[in-house]
Design a protein around this ligand. Structure first.
Ligand code: PMP
Length: 452
């Protein structure tokens, strides 16, 4: 794929100048950033105004699950804009009804009612509000290694350092350790032990918090931003049992892991677990128009059958976003995108990344499934000392910056978080593109090796 437009550095400079003058960027020290001016994108690639093309191994922020500019989704948005570009949420309109039906048909179990939001954080906010009202309790338990969004309660539920500056924005959030064998908080020797110890730790946490005070436990089915840590067999089923035992609402956050990312429609299917509430966003419409939501079980929905649900958003179930969701789900069915993601994981990315780990001493761990993979980079494979310290910035983070720069030099846009790189291409990435990405990672890992 080649860029459709001629390089135009002057136009790029103008875009960049206006950005630097007026756009206030997320999660950034405004004076220290240098965002790339992007001229266009298609499929798995995007390109800048200088004519450089990049294979996007980040899927944006892990959301362009069917790649950029899929013609059928673009056409569906255009068609909907021509018919009915917007309509308020209290009315039944076709794209909204149809999107809800298609999502409910694909979510596990009896998660058959859909509350629409504009993204993941709002979905999390509303899920916990539903849980609190359903139980009449206030406390929320979430994992240290987690990301749940940037709004007040969602950022408090998040475990990573972005929580720290707003730690007290929402009351009643407590953190616990979820299983992660490579850096086991429980010093376990194997997955069975890790699962059992993590479940015991969770139950102990509940006992000390007071079971009657805990409204919800929220977990990502496969934690994404925190490092793509597939839970060991039995863990999520065990959490389900604990929730049932104490009358706690079980929320699975599938904002990142849903809609094909793990090679299933939802990651919960890998573990045969049905939560009470499931949050989604991102892949639901590949992010072409902002959309998220909560899939609600019959039990929780019944709470708000005669009593009003005190929550809503002006753009809830926006027709353009829902039309994009309907088209995206149709494309995923027609083009067997979910099955393809599983195939790429099993036959290309998984084996390819493991092969890289054999040759590169900087790779401490390879883990993932579908098109959802992490490489954990280390200074020393024996001690597992991370290549850069936790939450490193500036000079401390230089080895990861050098890794990323080399990837970009080789035409790959990598996802980098702390000492990890995630290989999270579109679910419909071709075998050839996945192999191209592996070759670029090979070159970039050689640079990381120099820091071991
Ligand atoms: N939950 C999870 C698991 C996520 O990965 C994210 C976003 N990365 C969010 C919630 C928040 O979604 P949004 O940025 O759309 O608010």
């Amino acid at each position: 794929m080649t860029p459709h437009v001629e390089p135009d550095p002057q136009a790029g400079a103008a875009v960049k100048a206006a950005d630097r003058a007026h756009v206030f960027h997320s999660w950034s020290a405004q004076g220290l950033i240098d965002p790339l001016a992007v001229a266009g994108a298609e499929g798995s690639y995007f390109w800048d105004y200088e004519g450089n093309r990049y294979l996007d191994f980040t899927s944006g922020l892990v959301y362009t699950n069917i790649g950029y500019q899929h013609p059928k989704v673009v056409a569906a948005i255009q068609e909907q804009a021509g018919k009915l570009a917007t309509f308020a949420p209290a009315f039944a309109v076709e794209p909204r009804s149809e999107a809800a039906r298609l999502i409910a048909e694909r979510t596990p179990g009896d998660l058959d009612k859909i509350f629409f939001t504009n993204g993941g954080a709002e979905a999390v906010e509303n899920a916990v509000r539903m849980a609190r009202l359903h139980t009449g309790r206030t406390k929320l338990l979430s994992a240290y290694r987690s990301y749940h969004g940037g709004t007040n309660t969602a950022i408090n539920l998040t475990g990573d350092p972005r929580r720290w500056p707003s730690d007290t924005a929402s009351a009643g959030v407590k953190h616990f350790w979820a299983p992660f064998l490579y850096r086991s908080p429980f010093y376990s020797a194997n997955e069975a032990e890790e699962s059992a110890r993590a479940l015991q730790h969770l139950e102990d946490t509940i006992a000390f918090e007071g079971p009657h005070t805990v409204a919800a436990i929220i977990l990502e089915s496969v934690p994404g931003t925190a490092g793509i840590m597939t839970p060991p067999p039995g863990y999520l089923a065990g959490v389900r049992e604990i929730c049932d035992k104490y009358g706690i609402v079980f929320i699975l956050d599938e904002v990142m892991s849903g809609f094909g990312r793990t090679g299933k429609w939802f990651a919960a299917e890998h573990f045969d677990v049905v939560p009470d509430l499931l949050t989604f966003a991102k892949g639901v419409n590949s992010g072409y128009v902002p959309l998220g939501g909560v899939a609600i079980s019959a039990k929780i929905a019944a709470t708000f059958d005669k009593r009003p649900y005190p929550g809503g958003l002006t753009y809830s179930g926006h027709p353009l976003a829902c039309a994009a969701a309907v088209a995206t789900i149709q494309v995923m069915e027609d083009e067997k995108v979910v099955q393809h993601a599983a195939h790429i994981g099993e036959n290309v990315l998984g084996p390819g990344l493991r092969e890289l780990a054999e040759r590169h001493p900087s790779v401490g761990d390879v883990r993932g499934l579908g098109v959802f993979w992490a490489l954990e980079l280390v200074k020393n494979r024996e001690t597992r000392e991370p290549l850069v310290p936790y939450n490193a910035s500036g000079a401390d983070a230089a080895p990861m910056a050098a890794f990323a720069a080399e990837a970009k030099k080789n035409g790959l846009w990598p996802f980098v978080n702390m000492n990890r790189t995630h290989a999270v291409p579109a679910c419909n990435v071709s075998e050839a593109e996945a192999k191209e990405g592996l070759a670029a990672l090979d070159a970039a890992l050689t640079v990381a090796d120099a820091h071991t």
